[in-house]
Design a protein around this ligand. Structure first.
Ligand code: CAA
Length: 240
């Protein structure tokens, strides 16, 4: 029987590339999405990958959705915590709602997904959790105290949970993408983005499939001795 993976935010951007890449390795993928029903429908029809709508920042909804997936399809072996949002603005302009929404989604989502699936992985002595962090969680970024705090938190969460899973065949790793050519990065003002790209040694934005390749490696049997690590895929923007 093939492994079963849930990719949060798995129908668009980096998540879409991850869903497709995992499917190519023979994994049964369920791509989660929060709100963009039209895009999810189009994704499902085009790829044949099943989708599941729930908000990862909602604790009860995430537990219920994962239990439903396990009842319908089978035990979840692999979780890719990719769902993430931005609400950029300098601290002076950032509302409490914009702070909380980003923390609850980007970091809270990791807790909620792990809470739903980690006990089963541990009991079955095999699991893979890959959390998508960010170069901006490693280096900080002007106008992103919420996002940088959440992504930085993801890196700490990864190292802590890795210690809890290590004896049970459950690896927990993070990938820290740099600036990737997705809708999220396209939303950065053009002049600001040009200055950022100018500082990337490789001289370009990354592609979503370049992150997905890292994920499939970490999820493979070849990744079994890698846990608690952060793989930076950022074109040399930040050498950590
Ligand atoms: N360092 C220091 N000063 C900076 C700066 C920086 N990096 N960037 C801008 N400033 C300065 C400007 O020069 C300007 O100064 P003056 O007023 O003296 O001219 C001032 O800050 C502008 O401040 P404002 O409060 O007016 O800024 P704003 O409200 O117009 O915009 C912002 C602020 C929304 C944060 C905008 O700068 C922005 O969108 N920045 C990009 C943030 C970013 O990189 N987001 C990444 C999104 S993608 C992602 O997050 C994916 C991933 O993981 C990599």
């Amino acid at each position: 029987m093939s492994r079963i993976a849930v990719v949060t935010g798995g129908t668009r951007g980096i998540g879409e590339a991850i869903s497709l890449a995992l499917k190519d390795t023979g994994v049964t993928v369920i791509a989660n999405y929060a709100g963009n029903v039209a895009k999810a429908k189009e994704f499902e029809e085009r790829t044949g990958i099943r989708t599941a709508q729930f908000d990862v920042s909602d604790h009860e909804a995430t537990l219920a959705a994962c239990h439903q997936i396990e009842a319908d399809i089978g035990p979840i072996d692999i979780v890719i915590n990719n769902a993430g949002i931005t609400r950029d603005g300098t601290l002076l302009k950032m509302s409490y709602e914009d702070w909380k929404k980003v923390i609850d989604t980007n970091l809270g989502g990791c807790y909620n997904m792990a809470k739903a699936t980690f006990p089963g992985m541990r009991a079955r002595n095999w699991g893979r959790i890959v959390n998508i962090g960010s170069v901006n969680g490693q280096a900080g970024q002007y106008g992103q105290v919420n996002y940088a705090a959440a992504k930085s938190g993801i890196h700490g969460f990864t190292k802590a949970l890795a210690q809890e899973g290590a004896k049970f065949g459950v690896t927990v790793n993070a990938i820290a993408p740099g600036y990737i050519d997705t809708d999220m990065v396209a939303a950065v003002p053009e002049d600001v983005l040009a200055k950022i790209v100018a500082k990337i040694p490789v001289g370009r934005l990354g592609h979503a499939y370049e992150i997905a390749r890292g994920v499939t490696f970490l999820c493979s049997e070849n990744g079994e001795f890698i846990t608690g690590s952060t793989l930076s895929i950022n074109g040399g923007q930040h050498m950590y």
